[in-house]
Design a protein around this ligand. Structure first.
Ligand SMILES: NC(=O)c1ccc[n+]([C@@H]2O[C@H](COP(=O)([O-])OP(=O)(O)OC[C@H]3O[C@@H](n4cnc5c(N)ncnc54)[C@H](O)[C@@H]3O)[C@@H](O)[C@H]2O)c1
Length: 439
């Protein structure tokens, strides 16, 4: 498929401000990592924007530039960071507490991390249980809090000298809740903010403040946040891109690698049992049943949507899928995820697969944060607005237009991502048909 015109993309001039609600394990591993990479102390392993190439034209053309040379992305030297947290710890102290990165490495990037002092958070203990902190905005309505956040955003832009900004939620997982009347339209939502409607969560107040300030928004957690007509309308009206939700890192990443493979071969599945132990603050918050329910929903939806039991009842209609997370402090951020998969083959003969993934949660998440902020900024400069489905690659529960089921197969997601970049630059899309090589 050939496209004659490329998209007009504004240049990535000046600094890009990265605004992060939640200065915890993921965000400090990301920021410390960027600072380390800038100093030549590490390699951005896991990041497409930094390491991946993109094939252009035919396989015989030998054109495979780096993605970062193909589309104009902000450079690591141009990133500046700010954020909010309910705790007063600087990003350096939060990174030390998170115990993800070695003390020796953190010492080398202490200065820039220490300069990041979290702004006062918008917090509501009915949405996040088991933790509480002193660094919070007090008094006023939810609308007043949204306005305070907008002021924080404007002040950050002035003090950091950022020419553009992106916000990414790396805060704790909020309890499960469904869209309600207050989320139906922007008007309802704004009335709800003024009346302190309990159905509006803190992450929605941050997202509202970002979108009102013209700042693209990504949601790294499974919270409802922007999955509501009100905030989607606001994004479209203001021409702002957004994406979510819940970073696809450990166990769900493995699921979206394996399940499409079983289905591709028409192998059946009777059960998939996943269990995790982790001991970081994320694990502690997820001990609360409400927050776990948010996580469970995004983790469970993946298999159903990949395997499509309504289309393949003989293979998947009786699938038993369960996900458990247990808080186990000794492991810290080094999670262990076990999967037992019961599959069956020819004539229904059963087989089993066991996976034991000793992973590092924040090490897997940090490069995703980097790619998301750079790609969202690119989307903004390319005039793209609303849900960015091409960034599904990074999420457990990709946001889609109403009525569309999400695409979870990671290789289809990657193809979609790269074809979107080709489309932006007016290059031929790659369909993998390849008949021309045999003419
Ligand atoms: N690490 C991964 O692989 C991964 C994968 C998918 C999703 N996530 C999600 O990313 C988020 C961050 O994970 P983490 O390991 O860094 O957790 P963390 O607990 O280390 O950090 C979260 C931080 O958010 C802060 N916070 C809570 N509510 C806030 C609010 N209203 N405003 C500002 N700050 C607030 C907490 O005080 C905490 O410091 C979690 O929701 C987690 O579920 C992580």
């Amino acid at each position: 498929m050939s496209l004659s015109e490329s998209v007009r993309i504004a240049p990535a001039d000046g600094k890009l401000g990265i605004l992060i609600p939640g200065i915890g394990a993921v965000s400090t591993t990301f920021i410390a990592g960027v600072e380390a990479i800038k100093r030549g102390l590490g390699v951005p392993v896991g990041s497409l924007t930094q390491l991946a190439t993109i094939r252009l034209g035919k396989r015989t053309d030998a054109r495979t530039p780096m993605i970062k040379d193909f589309v104009p992305l902000a450079g690591l030297d141009d990133l500046v960071f700010g954020g909010w947290d309910i705790f007063e710890d600087t990003a350096y102290e939060a990174a030390v507490n998170a115990k993800v990165l070695d003390a020796a490495l953190l010492e080398k990037v202490r200065e820039p991390l220490q300069a990041i002092r979290p702004m006062k958070a918008v917090f509501d203990s009915s949405y996040i249980k088991r933790i509480d902190g002193p660094n919070v905005k007090e008094g006023g309505s939810k609308m007043d809090k949204a306005e305070m956040l907008m002021e924080d955003i404007a002040n950050f832009q002035t003090s950091s000298g950022a020419s553009r900004m992106v916000m990414i939620w790396c805060g704790s997982t909020e309890v499960f809740h469904r869209p309600s009347a207050v989320h139906a339209t922007l008007r309802d939502f704004e009335c709800g903010l003024m009346k302190n409607d309990p159905e509006i969560s803190p992450s929605q107040i941050y997202a509202y403040a970002a979108l009102k300030s013209g700042v693209p928004f990504a949601n790294g957690a499974p919270n409802l946040t922007t999955d509501t007509p009100a905030l989607l309308d606001l994004a479209r009206e203001r021409q702002i891109p957004l994406c979510g939700k819940d970073f696809k890192t450990g166990q769900t990443f493995m699921k979206t690698l394996l399940a499409p493979g079983f289905k591709a071969r028409m192998l059946g599945m009777s059960g998939w049992f996943s269990t995790n132990i982790l001991g970081n603050r994320d694990g502690e918050v997820l001990e609360d049943p409400g927050s776990f329910k948010s996580k469970e929903e995004t983790k469970l939806s993946v298999l159903e949507q990949i395997l499509q039991p309504h289309l393949y009842p003989e293979l998947y209609k009786d699938l038993y899928h369960a996900v458990r997370i247990n808080y186990y402090p000794p492991r810290g951020d080094s999670k262990e995820g076990w999967d037992n998969i019961d599959i069956f083959g020819w004539l229904g003969y059963p087989m089993q697969i066991k996976i034991d993934f000793l992973c590092r949660d924040s090490i897997l998440a940090a490069p995703l944060v980097l790619d998301l902020v750079l790609f969202l900024d690119l989307a903004q400069r390319s005039g793209m607005k609303g849900i960015q489905e091409w960034l599904s690659f990074y999420f457990k529960a990709p946001m889609t237009a109403p009525g569309l089921y999400p695409e979870h197969d990671i290789f289809i997601q990657l193809m979609k991502l790269k074809n979107t970049l080709r489309w932006m630059r007016g290059e031929d899309l790659i369909t993998h048909l390849g008949l021309e090589y045999y003419d």
